[in-house]
Design a protein around this ligand. Structure first.
Ligand code: DON
Length: 583
């Protein structure tokens, strides 16, 4: 190493440590404390010897832990956590939505499960357009027409059948049923969110439900969900048939009919989760395992990593002008491909091999100018489009004592999905149809544009940004991570990995560090409030970048295996309810 490199390394380490100290200090004072309620308190980060669960709510992490203690493996624990989240984290935890699960067994076997929602059979390409061909605002996000056929219950069953270790499926639902039947005290964040959407609930729901039972929610209020408990019991007793057929299916279809939705009994009965070959690739000796299409997560993540790999990021330093510019230019180029080429591979020939071909990626960066922003207009399909923010999804990372790892991201899309609870069945339905491209080039709620690859078609899965990922180092499990956050998920996973690999941060600092995001269109860098001072932002402007300050972006949940084999687990300061549990 040259003296100059050594100097850079030492200087960067000092900057990183200072930044990490500042972040931890600033975020532990003056921020709401973690979720509290009788019997629980959120713990954002901890070191464990053998097993760890990180989820968006202490009671859901505890559900996973309960299953691990009972002899379940990481897959069992992830399933129990997913069902518990459907009760205690109704804004994103779900049985009325879908998601993706990436698995790496202790022996190094990998798998990716797709339980993404599907467009109902009656859906069609122009269903959100008016007679003049314009997208009707709100139609793909609010109310019954926004709902895709839910995949969660089929996904959980599939994961259990293939990888579960416990004998009884019924045990995995027990914690969730208990929480729904007996109730639990809601957190301040949940109360705030429920209040924010109460008017929508009242407007869009066709039946009263647990969430509309109060005029105002407060932290510590008891939320009891007897209808949801009954639905979970049906799933407990009958597996997927308890959801996709019989009484619960009748309630879903009746709800659709009351509200003008499309989902039929046939749509429900036809839903299937799919195993898909995971996306895999290397970054400087680390092996990334993530989700293939219909998620864009794995491909876009690997494209970005491969595009920055040839550059001396560590020397450039964390949030230096050069490193931010380089990463932004990689993000821009990868998201441009996302808009053009990615969609449901069962419907569209996604050119995965080409998109990950090293020579293709090298060519994409050939016009990278270290001094100047490349306008997105210089890349194909560019127009300036507005970006809106409103999102909620949730991620769970689990490592069990045998060393099996699970990374699972699940969503209703927006907070509380389409805001409709299935009358009599007690759970929110997703608004995932908005993840399709309703019209080529017209942005969805995340400002993402798409084209034919992600056009609506009956039975098709909408493109996702969810990026559940597992990373190996030297052939061993190293990091399990993922996040909610819409389009900002992939860049968050990208940055948390680089914060650890290139900038030498311990996991918790890597997660809490400020982030930035570029998604090709709109052509601007979003950065979190507090990340940069005006001088830094002006320098970016001088290079030709536009910027926008935002409140927060994706919310990472991660576990990193330490050199001594212990597990560092970290939730994210961006969600005060994030919780790590383990032993
Ligand atoms: O699948 C997707 O990309 C989106 N439906 C995820 C939404 C999301 O992360 C919202 N979260 N905070």
């Amino acid at each position: 190493m040259t003296n100059q490199n050594l100097f850079h390394k030492i200087f960067n380490s000092c900057v990183v440590l200072l930044a990490a100290w500042a972040i931890i200090h600033l975020t532990s004072c003056g921020q709401p404390k973690g979720a509290t309620g009788p019997g629980y308190e959120a713990q954002r980060t901890a070191r464990f010897d053998s097993a760890a669960v990180v989820s968006a709510h202490p009671l859901a992490s505890e559900a996973g832990l309960e299953i691990l203690r009972a002899g379940g493996n990481a897959v069992d624990a992830a399933i129990a956590t997913q069902f518990a989240l459907a009760v205690v984290y109704p804004r994103a935890g779900n049985i009325g939505g879908g998601g993706f699960m990436v698995i790496r067994t202790a022996e190094g076997h990998t798998a990716a499960l797709d339980y993404r929602e599907k467009a109902p059979a009656a859906a069609h390409k122009d269903m959100y357009l008016d007679s003049l061909g314009k997208v009707v605002p709100g139609l793909s996000t609010r109310g019954h027409l926004a709902v895709g056929v839910p995949g969660t219950v089929a996904g959980m069953w599939e994961a259990f059948t293939k990888y579960g270790q416990l004998d009884r499926w019924a045990d995995l639902l027990e914690p969730a049923i208990r929480l729904a039947e007996e109730g639990f005290r809601i957190t301040a964040t949940e109360a705030e969110r429920l209040n924010r959407y109460l008017d929508d609930f009242r407007e869009l729901n066709t039946r009263p439900n647990a969430f509309t039972s109060k005029d105002e929610w407060k932290a510590g209020d008891l939320l009891v969900q007897p209808e949801l408990a009954a639905t979970l019991r049906a799933i407990q007793q009958h597996g997927p048939d308890g959801f996709y057929k019989g009484h619960v299916a009748d309630l879903i279809v009746a709800e659709m009919q009351r509200g003008g939705g499309l989902i039929t009994h046939e749509d429900l009965a036809a839903y299937e989760a799919r195993w898909r070959p995971p996306i895999m690739g290397n970054y400087k000796g680390y092996r990334i395992i993530s989700m293939p299409p219909p998620s864009s997560g794995g491909i876009v993540l690997l494209q970005m990593l491969k595009m920055v790999e040839p550059f001396p990021l560590a020397e450039m330093g964390f949030h230096s002008l050069q490193s931010v510019h380089l990463m932004v230019e990689a993000e821009r180029r990868a998201y441009a491909d996302r808009a053009k080429y990615l969609g449901d591979p069962d419907y569209y020939p996604v050119p995965t091999d080409q998109l990950l071909d090293p020579e293709y990626l090298r060519r994409k960066m050939a016009d990278f100018d270290p001094e100047r922003a490349t306008p997105s207009q210089a890349l194909p399909e560019a127009t300036l489009v507005p970006v809106l923010e409103s999102f909620e999804t949730t991620h769970t990372s689990v490592v069990d004592p045998q060393g099996n790892a699970v990374s699972v991201t699940t969503t209703l899309n927006s907070n509380y999905g389409c805001k409709v609870v299935v009358g009599g069945a007690g759970f929110f339905l997703n608004n995932e149809m908005d993840d399709f491209s309703a019209k080529p080039g017209v942005p969805n709620q995340f400002g993402l544009v798409g084209a034919e690859a992600n056009a609506i078609a009956p039975g098709k899965r909408m493109l996702s940004s969810m990026t559940p990922a597992i990373v190996e180092k030297d052939g061993h499990l190293w990091c399990v991570l993922g996040a909610p956050g819409g389009s900002t998920i992939i860049t968050a996973v990208f940055q948390v990995l680089l914060n650890q690999i290139e900038f030498g941060m311990p996991l918790d600092s890597a997660v809490q560090a400020y982030r930035f995001h570029h998604q090709f269109l709109p052509d601007l860098i979003m950065y979190e409030r507090g990340a940069w001072d005006s001088t830094f932002v002006e320098k970016l402007h001088a290079m030709g970048h536009q910027t926008r300050e935002v409140e927060r972006m994706a919310v990472i949940k991660a576990i990193t295996v330490q050199p001594d084999g212990t597990l560092e687990a970290a939730g994210d300061r961006r969600n005060p309810d994030d919780d790590v549990a383990g032993w």
